[in-house]
Each structure stands twice: as structure tokens, then as C-alpha cells.
Unconditional design. Structure first.
Length: 266
């Protein structure tokens, strides 16, 4: 778990990274919000980054939920408003965490959440992998090359090519827990607590199915929800050439939620 502490904090931002990647890819994002007056807590999800030797494998999706709860619990110890940000699969993990654990946070922000994906195995491979999930769940398969599909930022693409912490293999169990997590996010949507939620979706997303994102958003029955689509941006809106605009938009949203909470307390 990493912590960046602001000099005069106004809140805490907990960041949850996506599939195949690691927390180090969010150092720039974390530094920006530290400068904006937020303590930032983030880390590597189980089986990713430097979290463990069991790279590319989880037994249960709940392992991600347990990690997020641990980070949020640490954030709550500062007794400041806590905001939870999840990207892609990290966004899905945040959704499942809120549905199952109903964490006490000021607001949830989701960046291109993985509620439906484009990259799926062929039918024969899917059938075989279902069997392997039961008899040999730790078997690993190579991940496709995603670099040019996730961002238009050449500097990020070049950096990622030399990043040994990015997963190149995942287990069969990891894949099916991911699929089950997406299905359960819809099935248990009524369990999502009444917490302000912002979805920020890449307009040119080549990884997640935008229609699924919109479907989940429209079905979400809470008092305050917002949807922002970023035209022309690829999947990783926090890494795109225009990312500063996204940062500033998020900062405005965070400040709005802080102002609203202050007004309510008065």
C-alpha cells in the first residue's frame, strides 16, 4: 500500500488500478491529487504488481474486494472525507465492493469501468477454459498485446513496453472470476448503496463495451449519479494526452462533493 500525504488535506482519494497493470502506473495521477490537497492511498491488487508471487492468478474475485476494504479502512483512519476511484477492472472491483460491503465513502468515481468487454475467447476456447476452471484453475494463458488499444499516448505506450510488472499471463480462474464479477455487478445492482457516483467513460474505448457501461448506469437507482463521456479518448482516460482535462474535471467533482457535505453539516 502506498500513501502520498498532502500538507493541508481536504479529503482522501483511494485509487484502484485495472487488469494486468499495477499501482505504479498511477503515480502521476496520485501526485496531481496530492498537490490538490488530497491524501492518496493506492496499491497493487492481489496477483498484480508486487503484491505477491502468485502473479496473474486469484482464487476468488473477493480478494480484490478485501484489498479495497483494507485501503479504505486505512483512509478512514484520517477522519477526512474518503473518495473511491476505480479504473476498468478496478472500477468493476469498486462496484462489487460497494454492492457487497457498502463502504462509507463520500463518493465513487469510475473510469471506463469493465462491465462488458470486447476481447473474448472463441467458443471452443471458452468451453475448454470452463473445464479447466474446475480442474486446473491455475493454468495460465498469454494475454494479448493491448498497448495500442488502451491509449493514444505514445510516451505511455513506450514506457509500458519495458514495464516488467505488467502481466503477460493470467490464469483460467482469473478470467472466469472476472466474467462472474461482471455478471454479478448487474445481478446485484439493487444492492449498490445510495452513494454519489460518477462514471467517466472513454468515447473511443476499444477494451470495454460502452453500451454495457450505459446499461448499468441507467439501471442504477440512486439519488445522485453522473455520466461523463470523453469523445475521441481511448480506454485509459487517466493516461491520454488530454488527461489534465480529466484530472481537472475530477477535481471539480471532488470539490463539489466536499462543498455539498459541508453545506449538509451546517
Amino acid at each position: 500500500m502506498k500513501r502520498l500525504l498532502a500538507d493541508s488535506p481536504r479529503g482522501i482519494l483511494v485509487i484502484v488500478h485495472g487488469a494486468f497493470e499495477h499501482s505504479g502506473r498511477y503515480d502521476e495521477t496520485a501526485a496531481f491529487y496530492q498537490q490538490q490537497g488530497f491524501h492518496v492511498i493506492y496499491g497493487d491488487l492481489p496477483g498484480q504488481g508486487k503484491s505477491s508471487r502468485r502473479r496473474g492468478h486469484i482464487q476468488r474475485f473477493d480478494e480484490y474486494i478485501d484489498a479495497i476494504c483494507e485501503w479504505v479502512e486505512k483512509a478512514q483512519s484520517f477522519e477526512l472525507p474518503v473518495f473511491l476511484l476505480g479504473h476498468s477492472m478496478g472500477g468493476l472491483a469498486v462496484i462489487r465492493t460497494m454492492e457487497l460491503r457498502k463502504l462509507n465513502v463520500q463518493a465513487v468515481l469510475l473510469s471506463s469501468p469493465a462491465l462488458g468487454i470486447y476481447e473474448k475467447p472463441t467458443k471452443p476456447v471458452e468451453i475448454v477454459s470452463r473445464v479447466l476452471d474446475m480442474v486446473y484453475p491455475k493454468m495460465k494463458v498469454e494475454t494479448p498485446a493491448f498497448s495500442e488499444k488502451i491509449t493514444r499516448n505514445i510516451d505511455v505506450m513506450e514506457r509500458d513496453r519495458d514495464d516488467t510488472l505488467i502481466l503477460d499471463k493470467i490464469s483460467v480462474r482469473w478470467y472466469w472470476e472476472f466474467v462472474r464479477g461482471m455478471k454479478r455487478a448487474f445481478k446485484q445492482i439493487d444492492d449498490y448503496p445510495d452513494v454519489p457516483t460518477l462514471i467517466m467513460q472513454a468515447g473511443e474505448d476499444l477494451m470495454v463495451n460502452i453500451d454495457k457501461t450505459k446499461d448499468w448506469f441507467h439501471k442504477l437507482d440512486i439519488s445522485e449519479k453522473s455520466y461523463k463521456e470523453w469523445p475521441s479518448m481511448y480506454h485509459e482516460i487517466l493516461n491520454e494526452p488530454e488527461r489534465l482535462t480529466v484530472y481537472q474535471y475530477m477535481n471539480s467533482y471532488l470539490q463539489f462533493q466536499l462543498d455539498k457535505a459541508m453545506f449538509v453539516r451546517r
